[in-house]
Design a protein around this ligand. Structure first.
Ligand SMILES: [Mg+2]
Length: 396
């Protein structure tokens, strides 16, 4: 089975994050910009309306405002973008356990063998794109290929909201006509050096002799040669949950809340996602921690110890107890988070694949069975489709 690798890249990420909490930015040219008060600030992320005026990332503010005088400017809030990024990664990790985050706004997903769960690759990509749009209000482009390099190149080909394949048979038509400056991993200096040799496209690079490239650029030269031919043996390194010490989920609420019952419903969804990830990786944890962020941005955490578990119900109940004990009476809450820590279990080499996960060994425990059924439904139809009314109603 040839590998299927996705690169999910968020479109105009910073300004799109800002738009989720400030809809007045919608349909107007706007950008996140470093220090808008100074004429020397730079554009960090223009939205697509601003791009239509020729505004680009890293453009000096002064120049950008000359192109688009009515552009709205928002100062950067990196903490908020990291929160949003975590929400994106949480959502993506429901599609595959093998995920490598490449930057704040993109990640590779190993989707090999997920056809049975999500359909063919383009359909799976559409499902991911739709879920990111509906649940997080953000846009993305997705590249689909057999390796990381090609998936990254494919993701750049259609923006915004593009789904692009770059299979081996498509390399000649889709990859080779591109200029070297568009080649992932090629720096300005390398591109200039090659341009000086009369090489301006990836196709021209591909026709160069491998040894010649190695003599010019050393190890990088060999990599250039391989990439130009669509070869990239580098594996996806799930540096996140593979050797995880804890699994955490949090969500920034669309509106601040003061209602404990509402908070419990949200907590259940987060606990479900944690339980699912823990079970997928055959891990159990003994520390449940909740995080609350109040409307004044103060952060509060409390933890409790439980017998090692990966059951949604047990994680949820421990979290609920913490929530009830610590629910504020005079403040509203803008973010709720929960994590399962003190993880024990299989090491990474024994990590279960999505499929092993379905051939789970004999179980006699009812909760485990419920968890398993829930996991498979959520894998198949998306995690928003099913909730456990019984757990919500249950008295603690
Ligand atoms: Mg990106």
């Amino acid at each position: 089975m040839p590998p299927v690798i996705f690169l999910v890249d968020m479109n105009a990420f910073f300004i799109s994050c800002e738009t989720t909490r400030n809809p007045s930015l919608l349909d107007k040219p706007a950008a996140v910009a470093g220090d808008p008060k100074k004429r020397t600030g730079i554009i960090l992320a223009p939205n697509y309306q601003a791009r239509a005026f020729g505004v680009k990332t890293a453009m000096v503010l002064y120049e950008a405002l000359r192109l688009c005088p009515d552009m709205l400017l928002v100062p950067p809030d990196h903490h908020f973008y990291r929160e949003k990024s975590q929400e994106v990664m949480n959502l993506l990790s429901c599609y595959t356990p093998v995920l490598e985050q490449n930057s704040i706004d993109e990640a590779w997903l190993d989707m090999t063998g997920t056809e049975e769960l999500f359909g063919k690759s383009e359909d799976a990509a559409q499902k991911i794109m739709d879920e990111i749009k509906c649940r997080l209000g953000l846009w993305c482009s997705i590249g689909i290929a057999e390796n990381k390099f090609l998936a990254k190149m494919a993701s750049e080909m259609k923006k915004p909201l593009g789904i692009t394949t770059l299979w081996p048979a498509e390399i000649k038509n889709k990859l080779w006509p591109l200029p070297l400056s568009a080649m992932y991993g090629v720096g300005k200096k390398t591109a200039e050096k090659l341009n000086g040799l009369g090489i301006s496209t990836i196709g021209e690079l591909a026709r160069l002799d491998k040894k010649y490239l190695a003599s010019l650029f050393g190890k990088t030269g060999l990599e250039l040669y391989e990439h130009a031919h669509g070869i990239d043996p580098s594996p996806i390194k799930p540096h996140d949950e593979g050797d995880m010490k804890s699994i955490g989920r949090s969500t920034t609420l669309p509106q601040d809340i003061d209602d404990l019952e509402k908070a419990k419903v949200i907590l259940l969804e987060l606990a479900e996602s944690i339980g699912m990830t823990a079970r997928k990786h055959a891990k159990k944890g003994s520390v449940v921690q909740i995080t609350l962020k109040f409307s004044d941005f103060k952060v509060f955490t409390r933890q409790t110890t439980v017998p090692a578990t990966n059951s949604t119900k047990e994680i949820y109940q421990a979290g609920c107890a913490l929530l009830a004990e610590n629910w504020p009476s005079h403040k509203t809450v803008r973010l709720i988070g929960i994590s399962l820590g003190g993880l024990l279990g299989n090491d990474r080499s024994n990590q279960m694949s999505l499929f092993d996960f379905y051939e789970v060994q004999q179980e006699n425990n009812k909760e485990e069975k419920i968890d398993k059924v829930m996991d498979s439904i959520r894998e198949k139809y998306g995690k928003g489709k099913i909730t456990r009314a019984s757990l919500i109603k249950e008295k603690e």
